[in-house]
Design a protein. Structure first.
Length: 383
C-alpha cells in the first residue's frame, strides 16, 4: 500500500537515544530529564489511583484540571479562558499540535512553519492533507524574519506555527516581535498555533511572551503547553490546548475521535499539584542554574556556544574544532560525539526539511548535575 508519510523514517530522537544506550554515551540528545518529578506529584497519582479515579474523565479533560490551567494562564498572562469551552487536556503537546492542524485546515491549505522546526509539525500538516510552507528563521540568530514570513503568506495560508521558547535554538520571542506578529496577521484569517511547551523556561529575567499576554493574538490562537516539560514527567504525555470557544469547538471535534480523552489518574494528580504555583514559578531558576553550570563547563572547550535564552537545550557550533572533525556534517559529528566521545547530541539539520547543515549540534541540559559534569569531563578531554 502507498505510504501516508513516504519521506518519514524513525525520529532522530529515537535513533540517537538508541545509539546512546548501545554505546553507553551520556545521553544529552533527546530532550527529557534524567531525574524524577516531585514526590508530592507522584503521591498525588498514587492517591488518585487508590481513590478509584480510573474510569473515563469527561472528553475535554477533568474539570478541576481545566480550571487550574485557566487560573494559571489568567494569573500569569492575563487572558481568561473558560475552562468549560476553551481548554482541552491532550495526550501530550504532540497530539494537541496534530489535533489543531487536523481541525483547522482543509486539504490544500498552507501552513507556515519557521525553520528550524520541531519535527512533528511537517508530518502533522501532511497527515491533514495540507501543505507545509517553510520559512527560515534569520540565519545565525534564529530570530523571526517578518519580511520573509509576510512574503510566504498567500490566500491559501490557513495557519502559522510559532514555538517560543524555541526548540532547538533556545531563542525567546520578544514583546516587540509578538507585536510585529500581531500586525502581520491582522486582517488575515490565519490561525496561530502557539507551541509554548517551554513556557516556564525563559532565563535571565526575560518574560515568556505567551500569546495569552497579547489579546489580539490570543483571539486567533491555539495555545499549547505540556505538563511533561513543566513537571519533569515527559513520559506521562499530558498537555493542554487553550483557544477561543469557536476554535476550541472545532479542536474538540477532532480530539474526541483521535483520543476521546486522556488518562484520569494523572489528571487528578495534576489538578491537585497545580494548586501550588511554586513548582512552575521556580522552574526557570532551576534550569538557569543548570544552563550556567553547563555553559561554564563548555567554555573550556573549542565549541562555540550559541545563546540560550530559554528551553533546556544548548546548541554548540563545532566548526572551530581543530582537525578533520570540524568538517563532518552534523549527522556524522553527532554520531562521532556519541560513539567516540561518549556524549549523545542531536544534529540541528534534523529540524530542517532539506537537512540544512551548519555545523551545529543540540545538547540537552535537563540532567542531574553529576550527569552534566560527567558529559563535560568527556567533552573537555576531547574537544
Ligand atoms: N513541541 C516542542 C517544541 C517540543 O520540544 C516537544 C517535546 N520535545 C513537543 C512539542 C511535544 O511535547 P509532548 O511530549 O508533550 O508531546
Ligand atoms: N521534544 C523532545 C526533543 O526535542 C523529544 C520528543 C521526542 O522524542 N519525540 O528532544
Amino acid at each position: 500500500p502507498a505510504s501516508r508519510l513516504p519521506a518519514v523514517g524513525t525520529t532522530i530522537f529515537t535513533v540517537m537515544s538508541a545509539l546512546a544506550s548501545e554505546t553507553g554515551a551520556v545521553n544529552l540528545g533527546q530532550g527529557f530529564p534524567d531525574f524524577d518529578g516531585d514526590p508530592a506529584l507522584m503521591q498525588a497519582v498514587k492517591d488518585a489511583l487508590d481513590a478509584g479515579h480510573n474510569q473515563y474523565p469527561p472528553m475535554a479533560g477533568l474539570p478541576a484540571l481545566r480550571e487550574a490551567v485557566a487560573a494559571k494562564i489568567a494569573t500569569l498572562y492575563g487572558t481568561a479562558y473558560d475552562p468549560g469551552s476553551e481548554i482541552t487536556i491532550t495526550a501530550g503537546a504532540t497530539q494537541a499540535i496534530l489535533t489543531a492542524v487536523l481541525a483547522l485546515t482543509q486539504p490544500g491549505d498552507e501552513v507556515i512553519v519557521l525553520e528550524p522546526a520541531y519535527d512533528s509539525y511537517g508530518p502533522s500538516i501532511e497527515m491533514a492533507g495540507a501543505r507545509t510552507v517553510r520559512v527560515p528563521l534569520t540565519p545565525g540568530t534564529f530570530r523571526p524574519d517578518f519580511e520573509r514570513i509576510a512574503a510566504a503568506i498567500t490566500p491559501r495560508t490557513r495557519a502559522l506555527i510559532v514555538n517560543t521558547p524555541h526548540n532547538p535554538s533556545g531563542t525567546v520571542w520578544t514583546e516587540a516581535e509578538m507585536a510585529q506578529l500581531a500586525a502581520l496577521l491582522r486582517d488575515t484569517p490565519i490561525v496561530l498555533i502557539a507551541d509554548e511547551v517551554y513556557e516556564h523556561m525563559a532565563y535571565d529575567g526575560v518574560a515568556h511572551q505567551s500569546v495569552a499576554r497579547h489579546p489580539e493574538l490570543a483571539a486567533r490562537s491555539v495555545l499549547i503547553s505540556s505538563f511533561g516539560k513543566t513537571y519533569h514527567v515527559t513520559g506521562w504525555k499530558v498537555a493542554y490546548a487553550a483557544a477561543p470557544a469557536a476554535l476550541m469547538a472545532e479542536f474538540r471535534k477532532v480530539h474526541q475521535f483521535n483520543v476521546f480523552t486522556v488518562n484520569t489518574p494523572m489528571q487528578h494528580a495534576l489538578a491537585r499539584y497545580m494548586a501550588d504555583p511554586r513548582p512552575y514559578l521556580d522552574l526557570a531558576g532551576f534550569y538557569q542554574r543548570k544552563r550556567d553550570r553547563f555553559r561554564a563547563g563548555l567554555a573550556g572547550t573549542a565549541l562555540r556556544l550559541l545563546p540560550c535564552e530559554g528551553t533546556y537545550f544548548q546548541s554548540v557550533d563545532y566548526s572551530g574544532l581543530p582537525g578533520p572533525i570540524a568538517a563532518l556534517d552534523e549527522n556524522a559529528f553527532c554520531r562521532w560525539l556519541t560513539t567516540e566521545v561518549g556524549v549523545a547530541a542531536i544534529p540541528l539539520s534534523a529540524f530542517y526539511q532539506d537537512g540544512f547543515n551548519q555545523q551545529i549540534a543540540r545538547l540537552c541540559f535537563a540532567k542531574r548535575d553529576e550527569t552534566l559534569d560527567r558529559a563535560l569531563a568527556r567533552l573537555a578531554e576531547r574537544l
